[in-house]
Design a binder for this molecule. Structure first.
Ligand code: GTP
Length: 476
C-alpha cells in the first residue's frame, strides 16, 4: 500500500518550484509528486540486513544477565517507595533530587513520599506521546541489568497490572507488614491474592516476597514468620514451587535490607540476603530464542522526524535484527526494522526477553496498536476469533460475556461453552457440560471474540467481567 509522508510536502513544494521555472501548471506539478512507496521503503531497509547469526552471537557474548520484573501488591504496600529507595541506593537517582522531592512532598503534607516520587518523576519525563500507565525504570549492578515494571496497586488498574506482568520474567510482591495492613491486603478483598493469582496465571514462576515496612513493627521475627507461613501456603496453592519463592524482610523507607544488608543487631534472626541480592540471583527463565519471532507491542509512538513509526515492547520469542522484514498482526501489513534500541542504546539485534524500542520502515501508524504482534513472516502468529482454553475460575463462570485480556490487548468476547471441568492435578475430565464452574475449579471452555486477535497455543489469557477477574487460562 502507498502512503504519503511529511516528505511529500517538501517534494510538493520542490515540484511546484520546478514546474514554475519550466512554466508548467499546478495540475502537472501535482502529478509529478513523489509518493513514498512502502514496499520500496521495506526493500531499502531490508538491504541494510547484515544477516547476523543472532543466536550464535547471543550465546557467545558474555553480556550481563538482563531481566524484567513486575512489582505488585496491595495499594499502599510501599511498592513505589521500595523501588525509589532501590534506585536511590544504587545511585540511579542523586541526593539533590531526593532532597527536592522531600521538601516538595512535605509542602503538600505528604512527607515520606520522596522515594515514591522517583518513579512518578521518570514516568512524566518519558516523552513518548502515548501515555504509559506502568512506570518503567532501568538499573544495573555489577552482575545484572534490570527493568522494573511498577504496576499500580489500585483495583481499577488491574488491566495495567496484567499488561505489566505479561512483560516480566519474575515478580516482586510487596507486603505491608505493619499491624493490620497485611491482613487487609490478604483477607478482605485486598489485591494481594488477586495480583498473585494473576501473575502466576500469566506464566510467572518466580516470586520474591518483600515483607516491607518491618521498621513499623520493630523488626519483629514473629511478624515476619506469621506472614511467611501464611503466604507460603497461599503461594504454593496458587501454583508456585517452593524453590521459586523467597521472602526478604525490608523497609523501603529506611532502606534496610534493600541494597544495604540488614545489620545483625537489628534483626539477629535473619540470615538471608538483601533484596538486591535476591534480584541478582533470579535468573530469567530459559528464553524461547530459537522459536519464531513474536513481539507484543506495548506502545506505538512517533520516534522523531527520522522515525515516524516506532514501537516498544517485549520480544516473547525468537530474535530480530536491523533490516528484518516482519508481519504486523492483525493488520497483516509488512514492515522492516530500521533500528533497535534497548534502554536508549542502539543495538544491531535483540532476542526473546528483551524489552526494546523498534523504529520501523514501510508501515503506517494506523496499522499498529497496543497489543498487536510483530511476527516472523514465514511463521506468523494466527489471528483467531474463536479458541478453546483451559481455565482456572477465580469467580463463578457461566456462559457469559467477558473481556479477554492478552497482555495489553483487551477485547470483548463471550465464553460460549463450558466443555468440561477438570481435575487440577491430573487434567482429567471430572464432569461434562457443567452448568457453571465454581471458584477454584479448572475447566475447559470455548471462547468467541468480537474481533480477530493474534493468539496461539500456549498463549495466556485473563477473563474479566464488570471490573472483576473471573478467571485465567491457557489457549489450547
Ligand atoms: N514505615 C514505613 N512506611 C512506608 C514504607 N514504605 C512506604 N511507606 C509509606 O507507605 C505509604 C504508601 O507508600 P507507596 O510507596 O506510595 O505505596 P504504593 O504501594 O506504591 O502505593 P500505590 O502505588 O498507590 O499502590 C507512604 O506513606 C509511604 O511513606 C516503609 O518501609 N516503612
Amino acid at each position: 500500500m502507498k502512503w504519503y509522508k511529511e516528505r511529500m510536502w517538501t517534494d510538493c513544494w520542490a515540484g511546484l518550484d520546478n514546474k514554475k521555472k519550466k512554466g508548467k501548471d499546478i495540475v502537472e506539478a501535482v502529478k509529478d509528486l513523489s509518493v513514498v512507496d512502502n514496499a520500496a521503503d521495506i526493500e531499502r531497509t531490508a538491504k541494510t540486513n547484515k544477516n547476523v547469526d543472532v543466536i550464535k552471537e547471543f550465546a557467545a557474548g558474555n553480556a550481563k544477565k538482563e531481566s524484567n520484573f513486575v512489582v505488585v501488591g496491595h495499594v499502599d504496600a510501599g511498592k513505589s517507595t521500595l523501588m525509589g529507595r532501590l534506585l536511590y541506593d544504587l545511585k540511579v537517582v542523586d541526593e539533590r533530587t531526593i532532597q527536592k522531592f522531600k521538601s516538595e512532598s512535605e509542602k503538600i503534607g505528604k512527607a515520606s513520599f520522596q522515594y515514591a516520587w522517583v518513579l512518578d518523576q521518570t514516568e512524566e519525563e518519558r516523552a513518548r506521546g502515548v501515555t504509559m500507565d506502568i512506570a518503567q525504570n532501568s538499573f544495573e549492578t555489577d552482575k545484572a541489568k534490570f527493568t522494573i515494571l511498577d504496576a499500580p496497586g489500585h483495583r481499577d488498574f488491574i488491566p495495567n497490572m496484567i499488561a505489566g506482568s505479561s512483560q516480566a520474567d519474575f515478580a516482586v510482591l510487596v507486603i505491608d507488614s505493619s499491624t493490620g495492613a497485611f491482613e487487609a491486603g490478604f483477607h478482605l478483598q485486598g489485591q494481594t491474592k488477586e495480583h498473585t493469582l494473576l501473575v502466576r496465571s500469566i506464566g510467572i514462576q518466580r516470586i520474591i516476597v518483600a515483607v516491607n515496612k518491618l521498621d513499623s513493627v520493630s523488626w519483629a521475627e514473629e511478624r515476619f514468620e506469621e506472614i511467611r507461613q501464611q503466604m507460603t501456603v497461599f503461594l504454593t496453592s496458587a501454583g508456585f514451587h517452593a524453590k521459586n519463592i523467597s521472602f526478604v524482610p525490608c523497609s523501603g523507607l529506611t532502606g534496610e535490607n534493600v541494597v544495604t544488608p540488614l545489620k545483625p543487631s537489628k534483626a539477629p534472626w535473619y540470615k538471608g540476603s538483601s533484596l538486591i541480592t535476591e534480584l541478582e540471583n533470579s535468573s530469567p527463565l530459559a528464553r524461547a530464542i530459537d522459536k519464531p519471532l513474536r513481539l507484543t507491542v506495548a506502545d506505538v509512538f512517533r520516534g522523531g522526524i527520522q522515525n515516524p513509526v516506532s514501537i516498544s515492547g517485549r520480544i516473547d520469542s525468537g530474535t530480530l535484527q536491523v533490516g528484518d522484514v516482519l508481519l504486523a498482526l492483525p493488520s497483516g501489513e509488512k514492515t522492516a526494522v530500521k533500528a533497535i534500541e534497548i534502554n536508549n542504546d542502539p543495538r544491531p539485534w535483540a532476542v526473546a526477553g528483551h524489552n526494546c524500542t523498534i523504529h520501523l520502515a514501510g508501515i503506517d501508524m494506523l496499522h499498529l496498536k497496543q497489543g498487536d504482534v510483530l511476527s516472523s513472516v514465514s511463521n506468523p502468529i494466527p489471528v483467531v476469533k474463536e479458541f478453546t482454553a483451559k481455565v482456572l475460575a477465580f469467580q463463578t463462570i457461566t456462559p457469559m460475556a467477558v473481556d479477554i485480556h492478552r497482555g495489553r490487548l483487551h477485547v470483548p468476547g463471550k465464553i460460549t461453552h463450558l466443555v468440561r471441568t477438570l481435575d487440577k492435578a491430573t487434567g482429567e475430565e471430572v464432569k461434562k457440560k457443567p452448568r457453571f464452574i465454581g471458584p477454584g475449579t479448572a475447566a475447559q471452555v470455548k471462547v468467541s471474540l468480537e474481533q480477530g486477535v493474534p493468539l496461539e497455543r500456549g498463549g495466556r489469557v485473563v477473563f474479566r467481567f464488570g471490573g472483576v477477574t473471573v478467571g485465567s487460562g491457557v489457549v489450547e
